[in-house]
Design a protein around this ligand. Structure first.
Ligand code: HEC
Ligand code: HEC
Ligand code: HEC
Ligand code: HEC
Ligand code: HEC
Length: 253
């Protein structure tokens, strides 16, 4: 769209000076008694090739359209939002082992997730709370020990990432009883964290239109494999009183 507008603008800019110079030339010849119509025609101010302009314009606009589609396709689905994206991490940290087998609560490591927009990845200190003793000599933990000695944080690779044009807040979702599992899946089964939902606009809106099926008691937001029971009903938020934003400025702030 923008391409077409720019093109028109560009044409208007290059044609207007031509028209102006035609008028100047015409004024010069009027004194010689030549009618304006013929004068302009004879002068051939506009080269014949200019007749091709609409065609060239159409081609450029069509190309622009294709480029727009490509740009949208490309930017609208960067790797962070593609289901299955699972980058290699600097340390072979396993959620299956820590959150699954050992049963460590998500909030032990993602400590601020209920209070802030960001869930945050834990500091080296959080890991060292155990690994100063547990498997203290493991070669797999060498990068962790180096980070502990140098003070340089471990360079974890980001898995999920929205563009800066979108506002997202973890705490707002957890406060009403949306579990990690609804958006991140069975993390306790994952050796390596991967994207399981297409983290894109349609996906957000799908839940915002009808959040009821995803709601659970607030104390179960980090529980994996939660199944709703009759007894839980009084502890589940009333969906009709929630207002997940569906208007553009609700998410694009
Ligand atoms: C022992 C600490 C620990 C526990 C417990 C833990 N995590 Fe993590 N989590 C990490 C670390 C370290 C990373 C960064 C490395 C990675 O992505 O594997 C991470 C990354 C993640 C990511 C990907 C972040 C991104 O970049 O997009 C998600 C999602 C996640 N954790 C969810 C959970 C959930 C849900 C639970 C509870 C079921 C949980 N974690 C429990 C340490 C932990
Ligand atoms: C609450 C204690 C605890 C915390 C916190 C913890 N771990 Fe562990 N970790 C363990 C235990 C227990 C094992 C399994 C040891 C075994 O296999 O005998 C383990 C195993 C590992 C292993 C495999 C080591 C090997 O040689 O097999 C890695 C890698 C690891 N943890 C990384 C981390 C990282 C990175 C963090 C911080 C994000 C972390 N752990 C936080 C308890 C913890
Ligand atoms: C409503 C969906 C939703 C729920 C519920 C949710 N997350 Fe996320 N999570 C996301 C999205 C979307 C991102 C990417 C956010 C961004 O780029 O700003 C993300 C990013 C993360 C990250 C990467 C670091 C960060 O803060 O951006 C971690 C770690 C994480 N989530 C852990 C968790 C844990 C642990 C829970 C449960 C306690 C949880 N998430 C619940 C959707 C969710
Ligand atoms: C599984 C359901 C679910 C998914 C998926 C989900 N949301 Fe929500 N969202 C909710 C609910 C429920 C609320 C709470 C409404 C309330 O508090 O009344 C909410 C609230 C919000 C709010 C308002 C919070 C505030 O602080 O004003 C924003 C912004 C938001 N969501 C953005 C997103 C974005 C962006 C995504 C996708 C990346 C997303 N949500 C995915 C269910 C969901
Ligand atoms: C529930 C939250 C939510 C609402 C409401 C919403 N969007 Fe989005 N929008 C998103 C998310 C998430 C993305 C994907 C961002 C990314 O690529 O990381 C997105 C992407 C976009 C993009 C692609 C460019 C970009 O920023 O990545 C456009 C354009 C857009 N939205 C326009 C709109 C318009 C117009 C409305 C109102 C009709 C709207 N959105 C309402 C969440 C929302």
């Amino acid at each position: 769209m923008r391409v077409r507008v720019d093109l028109r603008f560009a044409c208007a800019r290059s044609i207007r000076p031509l028209e102006r110079s035609a008028d100047v030339l015409y004024k010069g010849r009027r004194s010689a008694g030549v009618p304006r119509q013929r004068a302009v025609h004879e002068m051939q101010i506009f080269p014949r090739t200019l007749n091709l302009l609409p065609l060239v314009g159409a081609l450029v606009a069509a190309g622009g359209g294709a480029a727009t589609v490509f740009a949208f396709w490309y930017w609208a689905s960067p790797k962070h939002q593609q289901v299955g994206y699972a980058p290699e991490q600097p340390i072979a940290f396993s959620h299956r082992l820590h959150a699954g087998e050992l049963g460590i609560d998500c909030r032990y490591c993602h400590a601020n997730v209920e209070r802030s927009a960001e869930a945050m990845v834990p500091s080296t200190q959080t890991c060292m709370g155990c690994h100063a003793v547990v498997k203290a000599d493991s070669p797999l933990l060498e990068p962790l020990r180096r980070s502990w000695q140098t003070g340089e944080p471990v360079r974890w690779v980001r898995v999920h990432k929205l563009t800066d044009t979108v506002f997202f807040d973890h705490s707002a979702h957890l406060a009403v009883g949306i579990g990690c599992e609804s958006c991140h899946g069975r993390v306790d089964h994952m050796e390596v964290v991967r994207v399981v939902e297409p983290i894109a606009m349609q996906w957000c809106l799908q839940c915002h239109r009808d959040p009821a099926p995803a709601l659970r008691p607030r104390d179960a937001v980090t529980r994996m494999g939660y199944v709703r029971t009759e007894a839980d009903a009084p502890r589940i938020a009333d969906a009709s009183r929630l207002q997940p934003p569906q208007h553009c400025s609700g998410c694009h702030r």
